[in-house]
Write a protein that binds this ligand. Structure first.
Ligand code: PEP
Ligand code: MG
Length: 764
């Protein structure tokens, strides 16, 4: 592609990104493409999945009135052909093609040449972009690659705009009017019926949801107040910059001030408020409109003013949000929705009031999901197309087994889901009998089930469900609940609670594992590639003062209980462990001297979550007392798949043969070195994989309290001989999906159908 084409491409993408609605995005696309390629026609057809038709959504060259009315069946015409083949169709004489279809409404003359490019998003055809010319001509390879690149670049934007925009033409009048379903990734299982509460990041204009004004005059007042303070802010900025900026450079401030004149932006915003919208939503609407106009301007200078406008919008919004004391109150059926909800934000909320969580970002093993699972909150993540801003207070159903979200569900669907909820309650009741049982296979092999903790509620549930100790205490969670690093005494008290609730049982405390998706609200680590960055032990070794205060607090907390085990996260190399052992020894001696008591030396283990460790067990073994597999990260690094990225969530699987084979080898290596090995990643809490792990020789599994009973039931009903035969069979299969269905098949035939996550399809 030439530099010129690249520039054009970049410009189009920028403009589309700045546009406010789907229709504008598409109009920009067709206009810019037809100009850049000098073609007679450029049109975009989007697939209306519900009606299985391609609808003409934008055109340059065809009759503008045909937009929204002309449509083709999925298999119809050349557009249908492009969609079916999922590849470019490039014809110099289209009318002669057997699939050519003529629509007089489009005012279509005879356009001889035709090129159609599929717009694909996550392997799905979303639409088709078509260029046509009167003259018969073969579009060049350069033209093909220009459009392919453009469509690939824009598919995400279209997918998002598709969801956020008002695609009225897609809706069948009077039938299930607003009912929509969205697919995401199942996070923490369960079902919830309730109303959406949008959690949006502060001062993020794009994330502000539509919401009705409760009191219009109050919203108008809030706006006046906000505009007034932004005006003051800008005046004082202007003043401050007098010496450092030239007057032309400060001209922007006077532009801003003019825009804030009562008759300019505020008048427009107020008009929308008077229609019944709350002030923040009205600001978003008005600014979006202006941003879209600027983005389309020919003049580079004016086009670049988009970012200034956004800045102005953010300032007004921040001021409004300052006045607004917080988010809407939660009631017991609140379904939290947001782009991304951090663990810290989640645990700050009254968790007993959260019926479910739905996010557009994230994947099944994101940290927030793990916490939600521990709390038993049904969670669906990676619902990329969810139109968040339009959903505040909207009725919805979350089916977190299938990763599906239903908006404005019809009555019949609600009834069906209420029935399923009842069945779920029944299953939970049946599982209760396993609270007091041991996990022993019918042929007499015992597996120790431990609990993963972080919050106190995990401890309470773990004890109630008969956990034999704590296999992983995620010490970063209490750190997330504060607004600064907790001091040594504060930590000691927290750790003591964990240790004393499991007196006489092992409690494995992991040292601080922050970085990547585990950010502390007061210590954010911004990195391009954070999963491979400064996290876990890498961070704490660089901050020995933080590490030491934690170790000292743990040692003090263990006085008289002697059940502390220490686990090191994100170990990559032997030298890191040597360094830690030095620090530990130093702190151990010091604390004993200070406290004048003898403290039992805790057992020290490392997490196996970086693949390098898999190949060096013989060298790590002499240094440590035990190993614990962090399968969540191990899978991420072994399969090179971001555990938080919904686009690749289908690649992330604990049934991947290389995961299973690596773990098999690991158990052998650990046992050869006479070192115990357990597993505390989410894989241990899935009854299907738990059976395989048991067959490999893992005799200790640690999991979220919400999975203990299910795994215990699976173990109680599966003889070790069967588990070994299953393992022997599946390790030779090369496909994770095959492996999973083989195991499911066994479960269904051996009284464990309930333990296979619900996969019934429910539709309206
Ligand atoms: C893991 O990586 O498997 C693990 C247990 O730790 P976390 O999920 O907290 O990273
Ligand atoms: Mg980990």
């Amino acid at each position: 592609m030439s530099n010129m084409q690249l520039d054009t491409l970049r410009r189009i993408v920028q403009e589309i990104n700045a546009s406010a609605s789907l229709h504008e995005s598409l109009d920009i696309m067709v206009n810019q493409v037809s100009e850049a390629m000098d073609v007679d026609v450029c049109s975009i057809y989007l697939l209306d999945e519900r009606n299985q038709r391609y609808i003409l959504m934008a055109t340059k060259g065809l009759n503008a009135e045909a937009v929204g009315t002309v449509s083709l069946q999925v298999g119809e015409g050349l557009v249908g052909l492009v969609g079916q083949r999922e590849e470019i169709v490039n014809l110099d004489n289209a009318a002669q093609h057997e699939r050519y279809a003529y629509f007089p409404e489009t005012g279509e003359e005879l356009y001889n040449s035709f090129m159609g490019v599929p717009v694909m998003y996550r392997r799905k055809v979303m639409g088709v972009l078509v260029v046509q010319n009167r003259e018969p001509q073969d579009f060049s390879e350069a033209a093909e690659s220009f459009l392919v690149t453009l469509c690939a670049q824009l598919s995400g934007v279209i997918a998002h705009a598709h969801a956020v925009g008002n695609i009225e033409v897609f809706r069948k009048p009077n039938s299930l009017s607003n009912y929509k379903t969205y697919q995401g990734v199942a996070g923490s299982g369960g079902i919830a019926l309730g109303r959406a509460v949008v959690l949006y990041p502060p001062a993020d204009l794009a994330a502000v949801p539509d919401r009705d004004a409760e009191d219009i005059s109050e919203e108008l007042e809030l706006l006046d107040h906000a505009i007034h303070s932004v005006r003051e802010e800008i005046q004082s900025l202007d003043h401050k910059m007098q010496d450092s900026l030239m007057s032309e450079e400060r001209a922007l401030f006077s532009v801003f001030l003019r825009m804030l004149d009562e008759n300019a932006l505020p008048a427009e915003i107020k008009e929308i408020i008077r229609e019944g919208h709350w002030a923040q939503g009205a600001v978003r609407r008005v600014l979006d409109k202006h941003i879209a106009v600027f983005a389309q301007m020919e003049d580079d200078y004016l086009r670049e003013r988009v970012s200034d406008l956004k800045d102005l919008g953010r300032r007004i919004l921040a001021s409004l949000q300052e006045a607004d004391s917080g988010h809407r109150e939660l009631s017991s059926d609140s379904i939290l929705i947001g782009e991304e909800i951090s663990t810290a934000a989640l645990v700050e909320l009254p968790v007993d009031k959260i019926a479910a969580i739905v996010t557009t970002e994230g994947a099944a093993n994101s940290h927030m999901v793990i916490v939600a699972r521990a709390l038993g909150i049904p969670t669906v993540v990676g619902v990329t197309e969810l139109p968040i801003t339009t959903l505040d207070d909207v009725e919805m159903i979350v089916d977190a087994y299938q990763g599906r979200v239903f908006i404005h569900p019809p009555r019949r669907l609600r009834q069906r889901y209420k029935e399923i909820q009842k069945e779920e309650e029944q299953i939970a009741k049946d599982l209760k009998q396993y609270e007091t049982k041991d996990a022993i296979t019918p042929d007499g092999v015992e597996v120790k089930l431990l609990v993963n903790t972080g919050l106190m509620i995990d401890v309470v549930r773990g004890v109630q469900r008969g956990a034999k100790g704590v296999g992983l205490y995620r010490s970063e969670i209490p750190f997330m609940l504060r607004d600064r690093f907790p001091g040594e005494e504060e930590q000691r008290a927290i750790y003591r609670q964990q240790l004393s609730h499991f007196a006489n049982k092992p409690v494995t405390m992991r040292t601080l594992d922050i970085g990547a998706d585990k950010d502390l609200p007061y210590f954010s680590i911004e990195e391009e590639n954070s999963a491979l960055g400064w996290r876990g032990l890498r961070f704490t070794l660089d901050h020995p003062e933080i590490f030491s205060s934690q170790i000292r607090a743990m040692l003090k907390a263990s006085i008289g209980l002697n059940n502390l085990h220490i686990l090191l996260p994100m170990v990559t190399s032997v030298s890191e462990v040597e360094e830690v052992l030095y620090l530990l020894e130093r702190d151990w001696v010091a604390v004993q001297e200070e406290e004048q008591v003898k403290i039992n030396k805790p057992k020290i283990g490392i997490m196996v979550e970086v693949p390098s460790v898999l190949l060096q067990i013989d060298e790590f073994a002499p240094l440590v007392d035990f190993f614990s597999v962090g399968s969540n990260d191990l899978i991420q690094y072994l399969l090179a798949v971001d555990r938080n990225n919904p686009r690749v969530s289908s690649v992330y699987s604990h049934f991947h043969p290389s995961v299973l084979r690596s773990l098999q080898k690991l158990v052998k290596d650990c046992h050869r070195n006479d070192r115990p090995v357990s597993i505390c990643g989410e894989m241990a809490g899935d009854p299907l994989s738990a059976i395989l792990l048991m067959a490999m020789g893992f005799n200790t599994l640690s999991m979220s309290s919400s999975n203990i009973l299910r795994v215990r039931k699976a173990i109680c009903l599966t003889p070790m001989s069967d588990a070994e035969a299953l393992l022997e069979h599946v390790v030779h299969l090369n496909n994770p999906l095959l492996i999973k269905s083989w195991l499911e098949h066994y479960f269904k035939n051996h009284g464990l159908a309930d333990m296979v996550k619900s996969n019934r399809m429910v539709t309206a």
